[in-house]
Write a protein that binds this ligand. Structure first.
Ligand code: SF4
Length: 480
């Protein structure tokens, strides 16, 4: 198994870009503050109970997914819609391309969806001569920049209004405009034409409701309704984990999602889409499809512990609170999902050998688990994945030196006299380079070994003049 290494140069570039650091830090900071203001005990006294309930409901849905998926399918069909089961990205794209040909469709408008990002749907469609236009403002900007989302909830979080001004001038040929409200007007003008001309609207789904066959979409910009009601056909692409048992469960999830994501008690638009337009209705698509995507999710289901990563409702709170995400940003993660949830699901979807450094890109501070509205134990899952990486690496012999080091350590710890002697020698070597101050590195020969990389990015505290054992002995002697 070939193990890839972390893209250090890319990390350094992000860390050295003070403008970008500022953008990430202030945007995530704002989202953190807003969240906090809407979950305060005087504002939402049952916040913790809601989290408990949301986690339990997700557990119920995930552990009985076969039942709820079938219930969902029969309810969609009872309302005149159709469910299409897709094993992977290829099957989802193939269905859409075929559908577009049948309907003689050229233009597809899209609502923001991480699931379609995950399967690279736009690229697939473009390869077949179809135009797929992102209609969420952030996603529209990301698409013009030919980039990928920087954040689950705020896709263009890394770009300033000046970046957007330049981008619009370059790609849309408009005059340079730096006022965000006017930039929105420009985007709206372009998108209105697309909405009116689109043949097919594509959305994701925030929730799939088993007992009613509804696709629930939570948006802030109104573009969702334009995409799902104006075109002749609406296709929702959703991971199978989006199921919730009952419509009434939304009373729990909707209270948590907006607050955790953007600090809103409720997002501006909550749409319930169930089936095509009925005979007595003026709006809505003539055809309604739900593509239920596996793409590796059933593999995650097989693992009793790690399957909880499928509870995620993509609120982005764990990203905002993660000290690692807040430094390295979204594009240094190997896949579309970034932050702690990306750290947990990417290795499970892509394979542990794909980016073995990823589970180690965490301080394990636990902030992510504390804010997760569905109570996923992210640090525990990260630790489990670290264990898997170590196992895989020892199978290929990569960590032989590390294992030897720990064996020597364990041998030494069981021999107190020798351990003390080794400690004294170590402090003798190190005290020469510290000068009573923080140690910026370790002296030769330690600096030539594996400690070199470790100490190149860490300083060590000054060594105390006496060891713990010496202090303990003095204390014991004094108390006699
Ligand atoms: S893991 Fe939890 S906090 Fe992170 S995006 Fe998913 S639901 Fe939100």
């Amino acid at each position: 198994m070939e193990m890839s290494t972390a893209p250090h140069a890319q990390f350094r570039e992000t860390l050295a870009d003070s403008g970008l650091q500022d953008a990430i830090y202030s945007a995530t900071g704002r989202l953190m503050e807003k969240r906090l203001a809407t979950i305060r005990p005087d504002v939402l006294p049952d916040y913790q109970e809601l989290r408990e309930r949301a986690g339990a409901l997700k557990k119920l849905a995930i552990e009985n997914l076969d039942y709820y998926l079938e219930q969902f399918e029969s309810n969609v069909e009872a309302r005149g819609g159709r469910v299409v089961w897709c094993r992977d990205a290829g099957e989802a794209a193939e269905f859409l391309v075929k559908l577009a040909r049948e309907k003689d469709a050229r233009l597809l408008t899209k609502v923001k969806s991480m699931t379609t990002e995950e399967i690279g749907l736009n690229e697939h469609l473009q390869q077949h001569g179809l135009e797929a236009v992102e209609s969420d403002l952030g996603e529209f900007i990301v698409q013009l920049a030919r980039s990928r989302p920087y954040h689950i909830v705020a896709p263009a979080l890394n770009l300033t209004r000046y970046d957007v001004a330049d981008l619009f001038t370059r790609t849309l040929g408009v005059e340079r405009e730096t006022v965000p409200e006017n930039q929105t007007k420009i985007a709206r003008r372009v998108l209105r034409e697309k909405f009116l001309a689109a043949d097919i609207g594509i959305s994701g789904a925030n929730f799939l409701v088993a007992d009613s066959g509804a696709v629930v979409l939570v948006t802030n910009e109104g573009n969702g309704r334009m995409c799902t009601t104006l075109p002749r056909v609406h296709v929702a692409v959703a991971g199978i984990e989006k199921l919730i048992p009952r419509a009434q469960d939304l009373a729990v999830f909707l209270k948590l999602l907006g607050r955790s994501a953007t600090g809103q008690p409720l997002t501006v638009y909550t749409s319930f889409l169930a089936g095509p337009r009925r005979a007595n209705e003026a709006d809505g698509p003539g055809e309604f499809y739900v593509l239920l995507l596996d793409n590796g999710r059933s593999r995650l289901l097989a693992d009793r512990e790690k399957r909880q990563s499928l509870y995620c409702i993509r609120c982005g709170a764990c990203l905002n609170h993660c000290p690692v995400y807040r430094k390295i940003g979204g594009h240094n993660y190997p896949w579309v999902y970034s932050g702690p949830i990306g750290t947990v699901i990417s290795p499970q979807f892509l394979g542990i050998a794909h980016d073995p450094w990823l589970p180690f890109a965490s301080s394990l501070c636990g902030a992510c688990a504390e804010v997760c509205p569905v109570k996923i134990d992210l640090p525990k899952l990260i630790l489990e994945l670290r264990g898997e990486v170590v196992k895989a690496q020892s199978r290929e012999g990569a960590s032989r030196l590390e294992r030897l080091g720990f064996r020597v350590w364990s041998w030494l710890m069981r021999r107190p006299k020798l351990y003390e002697l080794a400690g004294m020698m170590g402090s003798l070597v190190l005290s020469g380079s510290g000068d009573g101050k923080w140690l910026r590195g370790v002296p030769f020969p330690l600096s030539a070994g594996p400690l070199k990389a470790w100490t190149s990015v860490r300083d060590l505290p000054p060594l105390p003049s006496r060891s713990f054992r010496q202090m303990w002995r003095t204390r014991q002697a004094g108390s006699r």
